[in-house]
Ligand binder design. Structure first.
Ligand code: SF4
Length: 414
């Protein structure tokens, strides 16, 4: 059979990569300037996605698979060997050429490269490394490279990936070992976490060496990340939060990404027919922020969950926690510690920093706090200020109803 053209293969392999959320740019409505109306588009070119660098810049990446052939049979994956999907494959040289061509045209600032497993995990890993090696060593490519690494490959190869990539990632895939065994029978949780551990050590050693020797080689300077699929197995949000906290604690991960399971064409019968609500993924990202930036312990985030172990969908986990632990409030904006202020629903890190800076010069009134927040109505039950005490408001039985965002009717044909 004739090999599809380069453009056809780009279409197939960019589409196959879209299920990886590690650098997704979701949440935008579709707008296009096709037909000469307006300028710009939220629909990027084939295979181009946005990602955030460690210093907070938003960059465009060419996001593709080297191949969507795979010898594994993970039930949730459109590229599994039993799937009836159209297959394609690039050579490392072709991916390097595409990256350079896109880069020269100013379409992208880097590459996100993953792959199905061909022949063996080590063979595939060699091909991924070769692509990055061509870019870095033959073309002195200094753009961003994110390489998905294959935990089943030889440890030396996994470690070598970090010499060329800015970021490396290994997907843990599912929050529980039982879920992984059921839905990804060729994968092993021990192997995945073993590979993450090796990468974690190598990243820490390289950082240490860089402090002591100026010319020590770079090794994945943007660290490692992982992704968990939400809603493909029966794992609850508390299972997911527990797993994420173990991963952050054990492997010094930069990010855990949560990807709401989306039903795939020709899906395996063991998968649910419906995707979980996207808001569930959003609540998990919020809980992740609580642990990383707001000083919440994993157990505290889990306390925000409902009886079924899932975070409420109608309110964010910080508000859910505050409503359950009302005796913690109100906190005095003029005296409370930073940690106490960060617990107030509606007060973000920036607002807390501004409150702390402003109260050095004067005693704050409710109006002063209102200027620093989006909605003072939301925070009033949880704070005291010079001219404000919530009195009975904090303990009102209907406080949740008062503070929950109003439900809006979705557009039927939106
Ligand atoms: S190994 Fe990766 S590409 Fe292959 S079936 Fe599993 S998730 Fe899909």
């Amino acid at each position: 059979m004739a090999q599809p053209s380069l453009l056809e293969r780009l279409g197939i392999l960019a589409d196959a990569a879209k299920y990886d959320a590690s650098c997704a740019s979701s949440g935008s409505i579709k707008r296009s300037s096709a037909g000469g109306k307006g300028m710009g588009s939220t629909d990027k070119g084939m295979g181009i996605c946005h990602a955030y660098t460690p210093d907070g810049r938003c960059i465009s990446l060419l996001k593709i698979l080297l191949t969507n052939h795979c010898i594994f049979d993970c039930h949730y994956c459109i590229n599994r060997k039993s799937s009836n999907v159209r297959r394609a494959r690039f050579t490392p040289q072709e991916v390097a050429d595409l990256t350079l061509n896109f880069y020269r045209r100013n379409y992208i600032e880097g590459l996100f490269l993953s792959s199905g497993i061909i022949k063996s995990a080590s063979h595939t890993m060699e091909q991924l490394i070769e692509t990055a090696c061509i870019l870095r060593e033959e073309h002195d490519f200094r753009g961003y490279i994110h390489l998905k690494t294959i935990p089943e490959a030889e440890p030396d190869l996994v470690a070598r990936a970090g010499l060329f990539a800015d970021r490396v990632s290994i997907n843990v895939e599912l929050p529980t070992d039982a879920g992984l065994t059921r839905l990804a029978p060729d994968k092993s949780a021990r192997q995945i976490e073993g590979a993450m551990g090796n990468l974690g050590h190598a990243i820490a050693e390289a950082k240490d060496a860089k402090k002591r020797f100026r010319h020590a080689p770079r090794f994945a300077p943007a660290g490692q990340s992982t992704q968990m699929i939400v809603g493909a197995d029966g794992a609850s949000d508390t299972d997911i939060v527990a797993k994420a906290s173990v991963l952050y604690g054990s492997y010094d991960l930069r990010r855990v990404y949560y990807s709401a399971f989306s039903p795939i064409p020709d899906a395996s019968a063991v998968l649910p027919l419906k995707r979980p609500p996207l808001i569930r993924e959003h609540r998990l990202y919020q809980s992740d922020w609580l642990m990383r930036f707001y000083g919440f312990k994993p157990q505290e985030v889990m306390q925000a969950a409902e009886a079924d172990g899932n975070l409420p969908l109608d309110i964010d986990p910080k508000l859910a926690w505050a409503l359950k632990f009302r005796d913690y409030f109100p906190v005095d904006v003029n005296r409370a510690t930073r940690e106490q202020l960060l617990r107030v629903p509606g007060l973000g890190v920036r607002a807390v920093n501004q409150i702390i800076a402003a109260r050095r010069h004067r005693t704050l009134r409710l109006d002063d706090v209102a200027k620093l927040t989006v909605s003072v109505k939301r925070i009033r039950p949880f704070i005291c200020a010079l001219d404000w005490r919530p009195t009975m408001l904090t303990d009102r039985a209907d406080l949740r109803t008062l503070l929950a965002p109003k439900q809006t009717q979705l557009e039927l044909f939106g």
